[in-house]
Design a protein around this ligand. Structure first.
Ligand code: GDP
Ligand code: MG
Length: 163
């Protein structure tokens, strides 16, 4: 079966930008869960010739299950459960926030293969900002700029290695 790669992280770190970057134009909206469809998207992507299914998630936020953020959270949990690999994205400019650490701990417990992606790391100094993410205990972070298309080919190499 085609490997599934889920893109996770707190809101606004650049998950959807990275998803679009990796997916190119082959994006399909998935309409299976009312209330969360606006934020859960899947696409077939071909990364260096390897076909993968990419899942853009709603964002990880702690919230009661009967609220919209809570349903988005549950949807993200499902995406992680179903994934062969998780891209855990954080904002290298903002640095690691408590929510990032919280969900990194959650991902460690989930026991899935994870690649830590330090996004918004464009320009000089970008990769330094990524280094602090070593302390998450999820392996070597990859510095990228999804928006400016920097570091994305290194990330693709890491994805293919991990699958
Ligand atoms: P999501 O909520 O995690 O899906 O984040 P989005 O992909 O919607 O991006 C949130 C904001 O971050 C948008 O304003 C993007 O333009 C911006 N953004 C995404 N990637 C980058 C990047 O590599 N560098 C910078 N500087 N901004 C970015
Ligand atoms: Mg998004």
């Amino acid at each position: 079966r085609t490997p599934r790669v889920a893109i996770c992280g707190r809101p606004n770190v650049g998950k959807s930008t990275l998803f679009n970057r990796l997916a190119g134009k082959r994006i399909a909206l998935v309409a299976d869960e009312p209330g969360v469809t606006r934020d859960r998207k899947e696409a077939w992507g071909e990364l260096a010739g390897v076909k993968v299914q990419l899942i853009d998630t709603a964002g990880l936020e702690e919230a009661p299950p009967d609220t919209l953020p809570g349903r988005m959270r549950a949807s993200t949990g499902t995406a992680v459960d179903e994934a062969d690999l998780v891209l855990f994205v954080f904002d290298a400019r903002a640095g690691l926030l408590p929510e990032d650490r919280h969900f990194a701990a959650w991902l460690r417990r989930a026991g899935k293969p994870v690649i830590v992606v330090a996004n918004k790391a464009e320009g000089r100094g970008g990769s330094n900002a990524a280094l602090e993410a070593y302390e998450l205990g999820l392996g070597e972070p990859v510095a990228v700029s999804a928006e400016h298309n920097e570091g994305v080919s290194d990330l693709i190499d890491r994805i293919i290695e991990a699958l």
